[in-house]
Design a protein around this ligand. Structure first.
Ligand code: ATP
Ligand code: MG
Length: 258
């Protein structure tokens, strides 16, 4: 009965080349170059104000770079058909659930609004996505009745509705207790295994990063300090990287070895 036509479509390749962005006379992104492989979990860490959210906003097309480009499967983002063809989903920090709608209505919102499926089909997809994140039989509940970890799962289920090839997560474990944070990390790993989606994660959570990342990128004042596998990052020779990993990633860790 279930016809998952496109759910095994796999992840996309993301290429960021020479990305620069200034606001006024403050240069926030000072030339970023990196690639995310199809199906990879790529975690971007860095202190407050280092440009992580600005980078994420470029990736979802909310900002236009001053210089450089972002390619999805080799095609520049920005053109609406490129964004639509390579289905990108964003899991927002707050979860951004509508409090007056049930969990199921929240998850199915995109399909309902775009009249993409019949109500019966939407109900089926919603149930399937909720089950995929370990929330079977919660469609009738209200967001206000859920724990922080459950809300985050609902936000992930909502992202899954478009059968994404790229999921962007902004601080997926912030405001969660340590156990819920670990569970969300496991959910992200499950998704990667099951649908080979590419995941790009912005996070301050070092435990999460070292548990789930295929590679970690450290961004500092608009530049990439290091991009490497977790073990290599842990043993990185650069004192700034070490300081950064040990210092609690606070905003004023400015012992720059300039
Ligand atoms: N729309 C904007 N206009 C002007 N300055 C901005 C704008 N957006 C971001 N900035 C500036 O860019 C810098 C980087 O901000 P960004 O939000 O990317 O930091 P972040 O790494 O996400 O920090 P955090 O970890 O606290 O979320 C900051 O100095 C911020 O003030
Ligand atoms: Mg941010």
């Amino acid at each position: 009965m279930m016809h998952n036509t496109s759910s095994t479509s796999g992840g996309v390749r993301v290429q960021v080349r020479g990305l620069r962005k200034s606001y006024g006379n403050q240069e926030v992104l000072k030339g970023l170059d990196f690639e995310v492989e199809p199906g990879e979990i790529f975690v971007i860490m860095g202190p407050s104000g280092s440009g992580k959210s600005v980078l994420l906003r470029h990736l979802i097309g909310l900002e236009t770079p001053d210089a450089g480009e972002i390619l999805i499967e080799g095609e520049p983002i920005g053109a609406p058909e490129v964004m639509a063809r390579h289905r990108m989903a964003m899991v927002f920090q707050s979860g951004a659930l509508l409090q007056s709608l049930t969990v199921g209505e929240n998850v199915g919102l995109y399909l309902t609004e775009h009249r993409l499926k019949s109500p019966e089909e939407i109900a089926r997809v919603v149930a399937e996505k909720l089950e995929a994140v370990g929330l079977k039989d919660t469609a009738h509940k209200m967001p206000g009745d859920l724990s922080g970890g459950m809300k985050k799962r609902v936000a992930i289920a909502r992202a899954l509705v478009i059968e994404p090839q790229l999921i962007l997560y902004d601080e997926p474990t912030s405001e969660l207790d340590p156990l819920s944070a670990v569970a969300i990390g496991e959910e992200m790993l499950n998704l990667q295994r099951r649908i080979q989606v590419t995941s790009l994660v912005v996070s301050h959570d070092r435990d999460l990063a070292f548990n789930i990342a295929d590679r970690i990128a450290l961004i500092h004042e608009g530049r990439l300090l290091a991009v490497d596998r977790p073990a290599a990052i842990r043993n990185h020779a650069d004192p700034v990287v070490q300081h950064f990993l040990q210092a609690g990633l606070k905003p004023n860790d400015r012992k720059d070895a300039s």
